[in-house]
Design a protein around this ligand. Structure first.
Ligand code: SF4
Ligand code: SF4
Length: 408
C-alpha cells in the first residue's frame, strides 16, 4: 500500500497535472488546524451510529497497520501531504457522527451492489458500514409504512445535518409517474426534493444520478435527468461512473467530515481530486499509444501484448476519472487493465456518445477547469502536444474509414 501511496502522489504531481498539489506550508498549517478544530467539534457531538471503525476492522481481521496504510493512500488521493495521515485516521474514526440518507431512484442499484457484494471488502467499502446509514432501501430491513416512518423520523431528527446520497435518475415525463414511491405514490422527483431539501448537501452517486446515465439514453422514454437538473437549492457533489468507485465515495464523505465543506469541484460538479485527470493521462498502455502500437482487432498480437485500445474505441482520451490511478477492488485491476477500452462512463451522455467499440472523430470536450469546448484533436494539441497529434491522426483515420464504409 505504501507503493500505492507513492504511485498516487507521483501521478497527482506529474508534469501536466492540472491541479495545484503544493499550496505551501502556511496553507497546510491553517488547513490542519481547521480540520482538527472540526474533528474536536464532531468528537463532542452525538454519535449517530453505534458502529465504530475498530469493530468493523476487527470483524474483518484487519489490523491497525492495514488501517494506517489505507489512511496514507486516502491522504494522497485527497492530495494532502503525508503529515495529514493521522488526521485522516481520526476523521475515519469519527465518520459515525455523520448521518446519511441514501435514496434509490431510477437505477439498477449497481453502486450499492458494487460496494456490498465484495467477497473481500476494502477499507473504503467497510467505511460505509461505519456511517450512520439512517435510510437505504437496498440494505434496510424495514419496508413499506415502517420504512417511510423511519425516513421521516431521520429527516426530522437530523434536519440540515445529514448527507443525502442519491443513486439513480429522475424520470420527468408523464408528470414523473414513471417512478413513484410509497403509499401516496409520491413521484421520484418529489421524493428527491423532500429528502434533499432537508439535507446539508447532496451526493449524487453513479452516472444515472449525476447525468441521467443509461435511463437517459436515446430516446430517453421516461425523460430521465440527473439530480442537478432537479435540485437547485443545495450544494451537489457528482460522483459519476458506472458504478462509482467506492474510493471516490469515501473520499468525498471523508472530505466532508474533515472540513464540513464540499470538495473543490469541476464544471460538472465532480470532485477535482477524483475527476481532475483523464483516464489517458495515467493509463498503463499510454506508452503504446505514444509509440503507435494499437490493438487492431480483438485477440490479435497487439491485444496479447497489451497494446493501446484506442482503435478499438477506447474513450480514455476524453474521459475524466481516476480509474487508471485508483483502480477497483483494492487497486487489483480496472477495465483497461482487463483488456477493454474505456467507454467514458463518468461523462454525460456516455451511453449515446462513447459506448461504442469505434474511435470518435468529432467529440467535443471541456477541460475539468471549465473553458471552451474543443474537439479531441484541439484538446489534445493544447494539453498533450505530440499525443494530441496522435489522437488527431487516428481520429482522422477512423473518420476516413467510416466515410469509406458509407461509400461502399
Ligand atoms: S487510448 Fe485508452 S488504452 Fe490507449 S493509452 Fe489512452 S486510455 Fe489507455
Ligand atoms: S475506465 Fe472508463 S468506462 Fe471504465 S470505469 Fe473508468 S471511466 Fe468508466
Amino acid at each position: 500500500m505504501e507503493d500505492r501511496r507513492d504511485m498516487l502522489m507521483s501521478m497527482f504531481s506529474a508534469k501536466g497535472a492540472k491541479i495545484d498539489t503544493n499550496k505551501g506550508d502556511e496553507y497546510y498549517n491553517k488547513l490542519l488546524k481547521n480540520m482538527n478544530d472540526r474533528l474536536d467539534m464532531l468528537e463532542n457531538s452525538d454519535v449517530a451510529s453505534k458502529t465504530s471503525i475498530t469493530q468493523v476492522l476487527d470483524a474483518q481481521g484487519l489490523t491497525r497497520r492495514d488501517f494506517m496504510k489505507w489512511a496514507s493512500a486516502a491522504c494522497a488521493m485527497l492530495m494532502l501531504p503525508p503529515t495529514f495521515t493521522p488526521t485522516i485516521l481520526r476523521a475515519a474514526e469519527l465518520m459515525n457522527r455523520v448521518p446519511v440518507i441514501w435514496i434509490e431512484l431510477q437505477d439498477c442499484a449497481g453502486n450499492s451492489e458494487a460496494i456490498l457484494r465484495s467477497d473481500a471488502p476494502t477499507i473504503d467499502e467497510l467505511i460505509l458500514d461505519v456511517l450512520s446509514l439512517e435510510f437505504n432501501e437496498t440494505i434496510m430491513v424495514a419496508a413499506g409504512h415502517q420504512a417511510e416512518e423511519h425516513l421521516h423520523e431521520a429527516m426530522e431528527h437530523f434536519k440540515g445535518k445529514y448527507l443525502c446520497v442519491v443513486e439513480g435518475a429522475i424520470p420527468l415525463k408523464m408528470d414523473g409517474y414513471y417512478g413513484t414511491i410509497g403509499a401516496k405514490a409520491q413521484t421520484f422527483k418529489d421524493h428527491l426534493l423532500e429528502v434533499a431539501g432537508n439535507s446539508a448537501a447532496v451526493v449524487a452517486v453513479g452516472t444515472c444520478a449525476t447525468f441521467g446515465g443509461v435511463p437517459a439514453a436515446s430516446p430517453n422514454p421516461t425523460g430521465a435527468v440527473g439530480v442537478q437538473d432537479v435540485v437547485k437549492n443545495k450544494p451537489i457533489i457528482n460522483i459519476p461512473a458506472c458504478p462509482a468507485n467506492p474510493a471516490n465515495i469515501t473520499g468525498t464523505i471523508l472530505h466532508y467530515v474533515l472540513t464540513g465543506q464540499i470538495p473543490e469541484l469541476d464544471h460538472l460538479n465532480r470532485p477535482k481530486f477524483a475527476f481532475g485527470y483523464r483516464i489517458h493521462d495515467n493509463c498503463e498502455r499510454r506508452a503504446h499509444f505514444d509509440a503507435g502500437e494499437y490493438v487492431e482487432e480483438w485477440g490479435d498480437e497487439g491485444a496479447k501484448n497489451n497494446f493501446c485500445l484506442y482503435k478499438m474505441g477506447c474513450k480514455g482520451p476524453m474521459t475524466f476519472n481516476n480509474c487508471s490511478i485508483v483502480r477497483y477492488n483494492e487497486a487489483v485491476n480496472w477495465p483497461i487493465g482487463a483488456g477493454h477500452g474505456c467507454i467514458g462512463c463518468s461523462e454525460p451522455q456516455f451511453w449515446d456518445k462513447y459506448a461504442t467499440e469505434r474511435p470518435m472523430a468529432d467529440s467535443r470536450i471541456k477541460a475539468p477547469t471549465g473553458g471552451v469546448e474543443k474537439s479531441v484533436d484541439e484538446f489534445g494539441l493544447g494539453l498533450l502536444t505530440a499525443t494530441g497529434i496522435g489522437i488527431g491522426i487516428h481520429a482522422a483515420i477512423s473518420a476516413t474509414a467510416g466515410k469509406k464504409e458509407e461509400e461502399k
